[in-house]
Design a protein around this ligand. Structure first.
Ligand code: ZN
Ligand code: ZN
Length: 180
């Protein structure tokens, strides 16, 4: 199973597991100024009229470390409802990345064990979800796993919004280790 080498940072990765270079992905998430948006920011204490989740203090403290872990161990899904790609990581580094706050309340009443990065390829923003619930939604077809690259006998995952992997998309974002 050939690894790919990132054209930008020269890191190599297993493209059958992750469609994009994890090192570049984590860096781009971390450089996003509104990665934690107002709705999911624990510093905003006003009650909302609907349920919301906020990121945990552990997430804020270990943000870069958790994003690095997620970029390697998380998985991409197509969100069939919103028509965008999300990136999902169950229990990153064993840390609960968020808490849930019931509608009309200002204090959380339960922990959320998994990390979600919505619009992860274009306008990333983080929040926390419940693993059991998310995995039920995946089984129900609300989130679709990435398919393999359409190029002949290529098992790499497709880059989001493309039919091809990072090596076969135009312009290519990676090259095959085998061809060096
Ligand atoms: Zn890279
Ligand atoms: Zn390919």
């Amino acid at each position: 199973m050939p690894d790919l080498i990132c054209i930008v940072c020269s890191a190599s990765w297993q493209a059958s597991e992750a469609p994009l270079c994890p090192a570049c992905l984590a860096a781009s998430w971390d450089a996003t100024p509104d990665l934690v948006r107002e709705k999911h920011d624990p510093a905003v204490v006003a009650s909302h009229d609907s349920y919301r989740s906020v990121v945990s203090s552990a997430f804020l403290r270990r943000r870069r470390e958790i994003l690095d872990y997620a970029s390697i161990h998380g998985r991409w899904y197509f969100d069939a409802h919103y028509g965008c790609y999300v990136h999902y990581t169950p229990t990153p580094l064993g840390v609960a990345p968020g808490v849930g706050i019931p509608a009309g309340k200002s204090a959380p009443d339960h922990a959320l064990d998994s990390l979600m990065i919505a619009e992860a390829e274009s306008a990333p923003h983080v929040f926390a979800v419940d693993r059991v619930r998310m995995e039920a939604q995946i089984r129900a077809g609300e989130f679709h796993p990435l398919e393999a690259c359409e190029a002949a006998s290529c098992a790499n995952l497709r880059v989001p919004f493309s039919e091809r992997c990072a090596a076969h998309v135009a312009p290519p974002r990676a090259r095959s280790k085998a061809s060096t």
